[in-house]
Design a protein around this ligand. Structure first.
Ligand code: ZN
Length: 134
């Protein structure tokens, strides 16, 4: 999405945790603890990914985007489909999106990415055009 900013990638933390799991230092019960709410969100608002579940390797993980922000009021803390995120990015100045991957087979779940969306803080097209013309 073109208004994404303050992107934080959690790939390192994910890899470190998985290394612990593969080494047997962290049990799969501890990391495959997706709660019913998350599984339900994955079913209704999730997007299929091309990443195979790193724990059970039975199916690709589903990614779920959670939105947080004061401006969102009651909608803060809910899961949203990609098309809704695009619409919300135009409606609100600023809100944070947390992308979580979840395996609907074994319950593995981990934060993958977070970023800020919204219409606030962007250069207006007019400013950019003037700069380009000079
Ligand atoms: Zn799995």
């Amino acid at each position: 999405m073109r208004t994404q900013r303050q992107v934080v990638d959690y790939a390192l933390q994910r890899r470190a945790l998985l290394a612990q799991v593969y080494a047997g230092r962290v049990g799969t019960m501890e990391v495959c603890d997706a709660n019913p709410y998350l599984l339900r969100a994955a079913k209704f608002h999730g997007e299929p990914s091309e990443v195979t579940c790193p724990v059970c390797r039975k199916e690709p993980v589903t990614t779920v985007s959670w939105v947080y922000g004061d401006e969102l009021k009651h909608a803060s803390g809910s899961a949203r489909a990609p098309e809704e995120l695009a619409r919300m990015a135009n409606l609100f100045e600023e809100f944070t999106v947390y992308v979580v991957e979840v395996c609907r087979t074994c319950g593995w779940n981990h934060l993958v990415l977070s970023y800020v969306l919204g219409s606030g803080g962007l250069d207006t097209p007019k400013t950019r055009r003037r700069t380009a013309a000079e």
